[in-house]
Design a protein around this ligand. Structure first.
Ligand code: AMP
Ligand code: MG
Length: 432
């Protein structure tokens, strides 16, 4: 006997606060398909306070699926699978999960009629035998309606209230079924807790140094903190998993404020809004607010800084332009960098970067000049100035600041880090 998704299964599922996700498919193991389903499901489950305790990926293999589902069910009693529900021989989720629950597969006449009708409308003619497989359901299973494809999802539950929900692998169908059917059902049984995060963005301080500052905080943080480094800086994510919505928000706010106090200027976004701020946009806002215009002079970044700034809508009221001064002759002839200084100190030096920042202002009449010169590699490094040596400078209406950076990474990363560091220096150099 199979039940329709409208009727409740015997014995309500117990309160779900922890779940495991199992994604199924050889293509996932081989790396041909990126597992976006698990990421999507995890985010949606977090919204309703369900913690994803573990994610597993297995191939299209009956025993592999069975073993993984049994182990996950033993740990949490609540399992979401994606994939392996199709009509072909590599689709083995239903038989595998039926085995875990000790159930037979049987033909669901109603489902068969639905599939036959759908087939007739779309392709005409009789249903191929392989597609009949989609009409077999484990005994006692409940169908989860699929508004976005032919294969229904399957909900299977035992007397103890332990359950497995099987969703299709096709991402559009998986998302649709999750949102339409499963999330509303799980929300109804959830504890009211939320899994909520807040992300603070930092730049200019290495991960290990940030961790040192966090460790020194007295008292320590009350929430777990994830360090998420990229070429632009380190994002810090606080996550609350145990609290009701308003308590979580209040604690995240308080902890974010303490982090901001502890880390100071390294933080450029305290996460109050999105935690996705672009430093370039913040620099533009800061200039606009003070009525300042800006121009760039770039050597090793070759226009990256200008591109970051002009990618922001509305940048034209702040950004006047810039010079890509790659060759020394452009540094001297266009930007007016002192030839003697260049010959004495080299193109990657404080005197040259200051000359470039001043030159950017002179040729554009901007209030703020910002300059970058460095060695992005992979060649061109020396003992004194290895690859990753970058000088940045700002000239704000004649008040200058400069900094030598020793950046790590490949050519791309060094260029991205250099542009980000220059933006941070502008932000730090603007009048209060
Ligand atoms: P299946 O339901 O296993 O037949 O999967 C159908 C298709 O959905 C596969 O060919 C993949 O392209 C895609 N797919 C399956 N699993 C995932 C997943 N976890 N993330 C993203 N795409 C997937
Ligand atoms: Mg598959």
């Amino acid at each position: 006997m199979t039940r329709d998704s409208n009727s409740r299964p015997q014995g309500d599922p117990r309160t779900t606060d922890r779940i495991e996700i199992i994604t199924i498919g050889d293509e996932l193991l081989l790396g041909f398909t990126v597992d976006t389903n698990a990421a999507y499901a995890a985010r949606r489950l977090a919204d309703i306070g369900i913690v994803v305790a573990r994610r597993t990926t297995v191939g299209d293999d009956l025993t592999g699926i069975e073993t993984a589902v049994r182990a996950a069910l033993d740990r949490t009693g609540a399992v979401l699978t994606s994939g392996g529900l199709g009509p072909t021989s590599d689709d083995m989720s239903k038989p595998a999960v039926a085995r875990v629950f000790g159930r037979e597969l049987q033909l669901d006449e109603e489902q068969l009629r639905r599939i036959e009708e759908r087939w007739r409308k779309r392709f005409g003619g009789p249903l191929p035998a392989t597609n009949r497989a989609q009409a077999f359901m484990p005994v006692g299973a409940e169908k989860l309606q699929n508004n976005h494809g032919s294969a229904p999802g399957v909900w299977l539950q035992d007397d103890a209230g332990r359950w497995v929900a099987m969703l299709p692998g096709v991402p559009r169908e998986m998302r649709g079924m999750l949102d339409d059917t499963l999330i509303p059902r799980l929300r109804a049984t959830s504890t009211g807790r939320v899994v909520r995060s807040r992300t603070l963005r930092t730049t200019g301080v290495p991960e290990s140094a940030l961790a040192e500052l966090v460790r020194a905080m007295q008292p320590g943080l009350e929430l777990p903190l994830a360090y998420l480094p990229s070429a632009e800086g380190v994002d810090l994510r606080l996550t609350s998993r145990e609290l009701q919505s308003h308590q979580a928000d209040a604690l995240l706010e308080a902890q974010a404020r303490r982090l901001t106090d502890a880390l100071g200027a390294a933080i450029y976004d305290d996460g109050a809004n999105s935690g996705q701020s672009d430093l370039a946009a913040l620099v533009l806002d800061a200039c606009r607010h003070r009525g300042l215009t800006l121009a760039v002079a770039e050597s090793c970044t070759g226009g990256l800084l200008g591109a970051r700034l002009t990618a922001i809508p509305g940048s034209s009221d702040v950004v006047l332009g810039g010079v890509i001064a790659y060759a020394n002759a452009v540094k001297t002839d266009v930007l007016g960098v002192d030839l003697a200084a260049l010959e004495r100190d080299g193109a990657v030096s404080e005197s040259v970067v200051l000359g470039m920042a001043a030159g950017a202002r002179r040729v554009t009449r901007a209030d703020v000049g910002v300059a970058i010169t460095g060695i992005a590699g992979p060649t061109g490094g020396t003992a004194d100035k290895p690859v990753g040596t970058v000088w940045i400078a700002t000239d704000v209406q004649g008040r200058t600041a400069s900094r030598r950076l020793n950046l790590i990474g490949d050519r791309d990363e060094i260029r991205v880090r250099a542009a980000q560091s220059a933006l941070a220096l502008v932000r730090a150099s603007l009048p209060g």
